[in-house]
Design a protein around this ligand. Structure first.
Ligand code: ADP
Ligand code: ASP
Ligand code: MG
Length: 473
């Protein structure tokens, strides 16, 4: 372990404007006075959405979108720079660097509008621009506090496969490149400020790690650099017992296990990208979640074993924007390979299957994928089962939208009888209809499918049933 190295990641709201960047820079400056730090930053809040929207408009043939995008982003970043950097010469040279990145944005939008075609690779190039604009700003803000700093594009560090929009890191190469590039800087007391969200293939094509992927960038770099800790600075006090936007009395959980946090992240707790914990699990690196707007609060620590007290249920989460796909009909009982073929089809598409439910007395296999994967999954399944559909061995491949998965998570649920019963009784009292239910064999998660409009009610009822607002978890 790199005895004291800390990787500190700041999300979009933590670098949302000049005052947020100044607060972030102060947090880093305080830490850097005590131990070596690598900083990872997201784009300023709203920028990635704006870039993706522009890409889509360009693909529809809007030839003016590039120019207006550049104007808006120039204004936003120049305004922050104006407040953060007093020296006009420094300000000018930083803005020149940012304008070069913005010129790329214009070229990409113009080219897309001309061809009326948006490839996954171009979408990655465009959507990854926000971090390339924010990292130099944060590095300059640090220099203004007399902390030596250098902004670095993660395309130099994180090597990924070529799956645009959701790339996976190749850890050996990433480790090699990150150490070669970052260690000399750290040895000189320089704080590297690395762009989150992006990486590049071994031959240099820019990729992105998926929406919200800067959390993942931080733990990838934490593992690659053998860091002592990864701290994710965000806009809430830590991991809460439920999404505070949906459950008003949600409470911060002081300590949580890798497994619990991973389940929450996987089942939609936006505070962590679903893959955040993968890179650090083996090395047992602690991940903390802290509030950059209230840096004195202790936050949440995610550790290998968590803290095993409390009544079992630790937290709730929900994934919306998902669809339930069913493959079935009476004939499938005689087709032993339906399950295999269904899931090799989803695997080929890299469609992320979030929940599977099959009961032997029923004739359906149903599973849940995100809305964005639903259409192509159904199309691929109809193709895979074309013969069987024609011969009525498989009767249907159907899709239901406007549903959501709610997950009840807690490592100690194992051996705590009655959690499922209490959950479903609470939902029953609220007249919430359950569309499907699944429980993993690890028993650290019970998840169920409800109509999307019932999500809030389901969360509030379950939160209350397990007294999560008061429990000493
Ligand atoms: P960042 O920009 O820092 O990456 P995100 O918006 O991606 O921040 O994630 C933080 C948000 O996640 C919070 O503002 C909160 O609304 C939401 N959230 C959802 N579920 C939870 C949870 N269980 N605990 C904490 N925050 C959650
Ligand atoms: N800026 C990227 C996004 O909005 C990555 C991140 O913020 O983590 O998805
Ligand atoms: Mg995030």
């Amino acid at each position: 372990m790199n005895s004291q190295l800390q990787v500190m990641k700041f999300g979009g709201t933590s670098v949302g404007d000049a005052s947020c960047i100044a607060r972030t820079a102060q947090i880093v400056a305080n830490a850097a006075a005590h131990f070596p730090c690598v900083v990872v930053v997201s784009a300023m809040s709203g920028v990635t959405n704006r870039l993706i929207e522009a890409a889509q408009k360009a693909a529809a043939g809007d030839s003016s979108v590039g120019a207006s995008l550049v104007k808006t982003l120039h204004k936003q970043h120049a305004a922050a720079l104006e407040v953060l950097i007093k020296d006009p010469a420094v300000r000018q040279s930083v803005m020149k660097k940012l304008d070069e990145v913005l010129a790329e944005a214009k070229r990409l939008c113009d080219g897309t509008a001309l061809l009326r075609e948006l490839t996954p690779r171009t979408l990655d190039e465009l959507s990854g621009l926000g971090e390339r604009l924010s990292a130099p700003l944060v590095a300059e803000a640090l220099k203004a506090l007399k902390v030596p700093s250098e902004s670095i594009e993660a395309t130099e560090l994180i090597v990924t496969d070529a799956f645009h929009g959701g790339a996976e890191p190749l850890m050996d190469l990433t480790r090699e490149r990150s150490q070669a590039r970052l260690s000399p800087l750290l040895d000189q007391g320089i704080v590297p400020v690395v762009t989150g969200f992006i990486g590049a293939t071994a031959d240099g094509k820019l990729t992105t790690l998926g929406r919200g992927g800067s959390d993942y960038s931080a733990t990838i770099l934490g593992a690659a650099m053998d860091a002592a800790e990864v701290v994710i600075w965000t806009d809430v006090d830590g991991v809460l017992t439920a999404d505070p936007r949906l459950v008003s009395d949600a409470r911060t959980i002081p300590v949580i296990s890798y497994r619990e946090a991973a389940e929450l992240a996987y089942f939609g707790a936006k505070v962590l990208h679903p893959k955040t914990l993968n890179p650090v699990m083996r090395a047992a690196i602690t991940v903390s979640i802290r509030n950059s707007f209230a840096p004195d609060r202790p936050g949440t620590k995610i550790t290998p074993e968590g803290r095993s007290i409390g009544g079992g249920v630790k937290a709730l989460t929900a994934i919306r924007d998902v669809a339930l796909i069913a493959v079935g009909g009476p004939g499938i009982v005689g087709l032993p390979d339906v399950v295999g073929r269904t899931f090799s089809t989803t695997a080929e598409l890299r469609a992320n299957v979030l929940l599977i439910s099959q009961s032997s007395s029923q004739n359906d296999i149903c599973f849940v994928v995100s809305d964005s994967d639903a259409t192509r999954t159904v199309e691929a399944l109809r193709k895979e089962f074309a013969q069987d559909l024609a011969h009525h061995k498989v009767e249907h491949v159907t899709v239901v939208s406007n549903i959501a998965i709610v997950a009840v998570v807690g490592e100690n649920m194992r051996g705590t009888p009655g959690v499922a019963g209490r959950t479903f009784a609470a939902l029953g009292r609220e007249n919430i209809n359950l569309i499907a239910i699944a429980q993993g064999s690890s028993e650290s998660n019970i998840s169920f499918v409800v109509e999307d409009r019932a999500v809030e009610k389901a969360l509030v009822a379950t939160h209350k049933e397990f007294r999560l607002e008061t429990a000493a978890n």
